[in-house]
Design a protein around this ligand. Structure first.
Ligand SMILES: Nc1ncnc2c1ncn2[C@@H]1O[C@H](COP(=O)(O)OP(=O)(O)O)[C@@H](O)[C@H]1O
Ligand SMILES: CC(=O)N[C@@H](CCC(=O)OP(=O)(O)O)C(=O)O
Length: 287
């Protein structure tokens, strides 16, 4: 390539960068908690794209925290081991045998797959669960659900230590009980509790739909608490969307600056949400 052409390419790149700069600067130093659901993980390509987005966020000065689910992977392993799964209001009834499988799959397989993908993309990810450094101490949610926990005492100091070293925490949604139990936490609930404890700038809930839909099936891009309550009463918000919108409202009440529910399978979903004017998905913010 001629020097003149190279210079022209460089100037075009600099122009593009200067347009992106205000967005990149807006989030420099910000804390962004990203919940990656089991359904949003998909293929190896989707995982690679997610990992490189998280690394880019870190490179421009964001403190990303990944909290993951893995419900479908737990279901597969339980079926292989011939253990029956039962659900109550979208939450897995978790007996001791199920809890062992949940911990093995989430902390062992799913967590390390994400850690490895981020490290291969050039980041330094560290895998944890809510048990590590007392990040999430839980109480039992409901005796009918067995070992399902609700985070009741948070210590996010380990996450701040990792931010100082530019490391990326990847957290499996498990917590310790006060009497030595291990609790299974819904992934959305865990992400909300961590975002709340960090007073995060953004909580991104990645799922397999483009956002929260109204009765006409359209995505509501800027959704209020009242709209969420009305759509839930009408039964339009149902199933797995209920814990997400509940988490969003709880997170806002605990001081998170905005929550976005978006399609994690879309290429560069997190970057488009943070670094473009139009964003992505449905945003919920304090009013
Ligand atoms: N109003 C709604 N808008 C969008 N999705 C909804 C709505 N009500 C229910 N859903 C369902 O919620 C699902 C997302 O929840 P879930 O399957 O638990 O996600 P994940 O596994 O990503 O955490 C969507 O796939 C959709 O079928
Ligand atoms: C208590 C509870 O429901 N725990 C979930 C934890 C995993 C999860 O939340 O996975 P997704 O985000 O992929 O749905 C479970 O056992 O399936």
């Amino acid at each position: 390539m001629k020097t003149q052409d190279m210079n022209r390419d460089w100037i075009a790149t600099a122009r593009t960068l200067s347009q992106a700069l205000p967005y990149l600067q807006r989030y420099s130093g910000a804390t962004v908690v990203i919940k990656l659901g089991g359904h949003a993980m998909g293929s190896d390509e989707a995982m690679e794209s997610f990992a490189s987005d998280v690394v880019l966020m870190r490179q421009v000065g964001v403190n990303p925290v990944v909290v993951h689910g893995g419900g479908p992977m737990i279901n597969d392993m339980l079926a292989r081991l011939d253990i029956q799964s039962q659900f109550l209001n979208g939450k897995r009834v978790t007996d001791a045998a199920t809890m062992n499988v949940v911990e093995m799959v989430l902390s062992g397989v799913v967590n390390k797959r994400i850690v490895q993908a981020i490290n291969r993309a050039g980041g330094r990810a560290v895998g944890l669960s809510g048990k590590d450094a007392n990040l999430m101490i839980c109480d039992q949610t409901d005796p009918d659900l067995g070992l399902v926990g609700t985070p009741s005492q948070m210590d996010p100091s380990i996450l701040r230590t990792l931010f100082e070293k530019s490391m990326i925490p990847v957290i499996a949604p498990l917590g310790a009980g006060r009497d030595g139990e291990t609790f299974n936490i819904n992934g959305d609930t865990a992400a909300g509790a961590i975002a709340g404890a960090l007073k995060a700038d953004r909580l991104l809930l990645l799922t397999d739909v483009p956002g929260v839909k109204n009765a006409a099936g359209e995505v509501v891009t800027d959704i209020t608490a009242d709209q969420i309550r009305a759509l839930t009463e009408e039964g339009v918000i149902a199933g797995g969307m209920i814990p997400k919108t509940e988490t969003a409202l709880d997170a806002i009440a605990s001081g998170v600056r905005a929550v976005v529910i978006l399609d994690g399978r879309a290429p560069n979903a997190c970057l488009l949400e943070l670094f473009t004017n139009h964003g992505a998905g449905s945003i919920i913010r304090p009013r």
